[in-house]
Design a protein. Structure first.
Length: 278
């Protein structure tokens, strides 16, 4: 196991000096410096410790602070400064990450936040960031099936809905009619494949499809009824906006869920009200 720049590494304390500690990997290879003010109390030689490894003035340096993102991750990061070589974004460890000008799409502005991919620059072997996401995200997917659970990152808003990064690798789209709760750039969620198109592009839905999704919503409504003393002023004739506001779902899904509760004999239904059967 070699020391990985831009990653959290489990390393061994090789030496403790006045200025800090020197760490190596488990085979005794490489050397990373951990500053004195970050040494955990009671740290001894031969002890293992988890640290994030970054570069400072050409040297590998370690920190016990947890970064917002690691090498290979996408993350929403705020611009802290801009100079002649690019912009610097906050990584959460007191050391900023460089996003070169040619990796900024759009051009960065001070104090604004952008979705950035952390990558290792081949020429300089330096940890950098890029908002030119098309370099890292593929338009055509492979190996997905309808209803498959996936992880997504909200990447941007369009006229059709929200562009998302699926499983850290492929572009997908959540259409507006599938959005029933607030979404923001950089948000990470579990979602489901709604459709795999002939060209390999992915349509994504946020709610669990089929009976499983309906059952989850039924459980949520049932719990809500208990917290509201057995009555909720929503029914199958209620305004879809009111249903979306309370449960973050479509009216069709709401009607399906309360229909399930009614068939189980758990609730009474009215046009704009449901109530528990005690």
């Amino acid at each position: 196991m070699s020391i990985q720049l831009g990653k959290i590494n489990n390393l061994i304390v090789n030496e403790i000096a006045y200025e800090g500690a020197y760490l190596t990997d488990h085979q005794g290879n490489g050397e990373v410096f951990l500053k004195k003010d970050e040494l955990p109390e009671g740290l001894t030689t031969k002890q293992s410790i988890d640290v994030f490894v970054y570069e400072e003035q050409g040297n590998l340096t370690a920190t016990t602070k947890t970064p917002i993102a690691q090498l290979g991750d996408f993350a929403l990061l705020q611009v802290t400064s801009i100079n002649k070589i690019g912009a610097f974004v906050d990584l959460g460890i007191g050391k900023e990450l460089l996003v070169p000008f040619n990796e900024q799409k759009p051009k960065f502005e001070l104090s604004r936040s952008y979705l950035v991919k952390l990558y290792l620059d081949k020429a300089s072997q330096r940890l950098c960031g890029s908002s030119n996401l098309n370099k890292f995200v593929k338009p055509e997917s492979t190996g997905f099936k309808k209803s498959q659970e996936v992880s997504i990152i909200i990447a941007g808003r369009t006229d059709l809905g929200f562009k998302v990064i699926v499983n850290n690798e492929f572009w997908g789209m959540v259409f507006t009619d599938q959005v029933f709760k607030p979404l923001f750039i950089g948000q990470k969620l579990q979602a489901y494949v709604a459709k795999v198109r002939e060209d390999g592009k992915l349509d994504i839905r946020l709610s669990k499809p089929g009976v499983a999704g309906s059952n989850e919503l039924s459980d949520e409504i049932y719990k809500k009824l208990f917290s509201e003393n057995g009555v909720i002023h929503l029914g199958d004739k209620s305004d879809p906006v009111a249903i979306k506001k309370m449960f973050g779902c479509s009216k069709a899904n709401f009607k399906r869920a309360i229909g399930h509760l009614f068939k189980e004999g758990k609730i009474d239904l009215a046009a704009t009200k449901i109530s528990l059967i005690k």
